[in-house]
Ligand binder design. Structure first.
Ligand code: SF4
Length: 485
């Protein structure tokens, strides 16, 4: 698998990207283009569903959009003016084809296709209850829970059934739904995952990121607001807000790493925010050094910001090969280590004898940082100072992001001193939480009602985590049983 980030084995991974088109001839081709622009949000599988006014058509496949949806016969098999698509990593559920989205079901009201970015944090509990009442699940995906809640809702209209379903789920969801009546796009009441709306003449488009609108030549109209449902029927657009209004908490990691730098998320250019984080890092953690070196590619904007703020020259000290793909991403420590060396090389002539500042966006397990520092040492760097453009990642994400279990997060096990020793750097600093908020134009993190979800840094989860609590209860019960026996 050719990953977007060359050090992808040690990054948090966004789980999904979604894209929907209403009222366009050849909608499937537009969706394929949009999904291609969202490929960085999910690289394990892709799918497109269309509706031609009478029938739904779906093609889903493991692998990338290119290779699966760039063939004429595939696009021809997806007729109709309405289409939605999905790229994914596995979140809940395994990677089998049956979990690849859009998911589709024939309900009493007709066909129902759904594409979901996020994760439903009470899906397991809801599923147990639905199965007990007779629902038969086809996949292990949390998204299927929504379909069963709609199917079993006692409300009369499809829209009311859908709202009824949404009111029972918790967690993060940006959704694009297709029914014979039209397309619905919505975000959860906290707006944890992004979703934007665009327009291309009479065609309405929904996408996880603005970059996907750019790719099809659509104009950005606005973001879908947290808790908003936008319903499109032909050329008619209607917006409803069926939830009690809440202070939004969009995922702050979208600006740190997930979104493409050429996207606008919320009000902010991702590229500008990353540069501002780098500048903030230079203010908070200055260092006397000769060169600022980004860890490619996601460390580049923050490194530019750090260099501009500090006045230290920005240089490319790590050169990335663009031709290394799946062959070298294999299990086994030895091969994996070899893979990293093949993907990157130190720019030896530049590094030798220099005091360098390495800038990366985050540290997850720390294994990659260790390898990079080692590579710089072998290239003859005199001093290696690591600066990270996010606070320490200490907690798992339950909102649709693939995080290792907490015990594997380096910052959950070690303080900054311990982490510095672990990666063998001369110094290590992270941008502060307030500094991250400042880069987004805030005075700092508000203790009450912070403006973003930052739970992977703080452990302050903005929703209840029913399934996690259930697991904890089971663990405690097991401990109790052990003590009793
Ligand atoms: S826990 Fe972290 S990655 Fe997950 S939604 Fe919140 S900020 Fe984003």
């Amino acid at each position: 698998m050719l990953t977007t980030h060359p050090f992808d084995d040690d990054k948090l991974r966004e789980e999904c990207g979604i894209f929907g088109v209403s009222n366009a001839e050849g909608a499937a081709a537009l969706v394929a283009l949009g999904l291609h622009a969202l490929q960085h949000r999910g690289q394990e599988a892709a799918g497109i569903t269309t509706y031609d006014g009478a029938l739904f058509h779906t093609h889903r496949a493991m692998g990338h959009v290119a290779g699966n949806f760039d063939r004429d016969e595939v696009i021809r098999s997806l007729p109709g003016p309405v289409a939605c698509g999905h790229v994914r990593y596995a979140t809940t559920g395994d990677t089998a084809l049956r979990n690849v989205q859009p998911l589709y079901a024939e309900l009493a009201s007709g066909g129902f296709a759904i594409a979901h970015n996020g994760n439903i944090s009470n899906a397991m509990r809801l599923r147990r209850e639905l199965v007990r009442r007779g629902s038969i699940f086809q996949s292990t995906s949390d998204t299927e829970t929504i379909i069963h809640l709609v199917a079993t809702s006692s409300y009369r209209t499809l829209l009311d059934k859908f709202i009824d379903a949404l009111k029972q789920i918790e967690g993060a969801y940006s959704l694009i739904v297709m029914t014979p009546e039209g397309m619905i796009a919505c975000r959860d009441p906290l707006g944890i995952r992004p979703l934007v709306m665009g327009r291309l003449d009479d065609t309405i488009i929904f996408a996880s990121e603005t970059v996907a609108l750019d790719v099809v030549g659509a104009e950005f109209v606005r973001q879908i607001d947290p808790g908003e449902l936008v319903i499109v029927r032909g050329s008619e657009i209607k917006s409803i807000r069926p939830f009690t209004p809440m202070a939004p908490r969009p995922c702050i990691f979208e600006w740190v790493y997930f979104s493409r730098p050429d996207s606008i998320v919320g009000e902010h250019s991702v590229y500008s925010v990353r540069k501002a984080i780098g500048a903030q890092l230079a203010i908070e953690s200055p260092v006397d050094a000769d060169l600022i070196i980004p860890v490619p590619d996601s460390g580049v904007p923050a490194a530019i910001g750090y260099a501009q703020q500090s006045g230290i020259p920005f240089e490319l000290g790590i050169i990335r090969s663009h031709y290394v793909g799946r062959t070298f991403i294999q299990p086994g420590d030895k091969v994996r280590h070899l893979g990293v060396k093949l993907k990157h090389n130190a720019n030896r002539a530049l590094i030798k004898g220099k005091r360098i500042v390495l800038i990366d966006d985050s540290i997850v397990r720390g294994t990659t940082s260790l390898k990079i520092v080692q590579m710089m040492r072998e290239a003859g760097a005199a001093e290696i100072h690591m600066r990270i453009a996010s606070p320490p990642t200490r907690h798992s994400c339950f909102y649709g992001v693939d995080t290792p279990e907490r015990a594997k997060l380096l910052a959950a096990k070690l303080d900054v001193g311990g982490m510095t020793e672990f990666i063998h750097a001369d110094s290590l600093s992270f941008v502060s939480l307030d500094g991250l908020y400042k880069a987004l134009g805030e005075p700092g993190r508000a203790a009450i009602r912070p403006k973003y979800c930052d739970a992977c840094f703080t452990g302050d989860y903005p929703t209840t985590l029913t399934d996690q609590d259930d697991v904890a209860d089971v663990d405690q019960f097991a401990l109790l049983e052990e003590r009793v026996s």
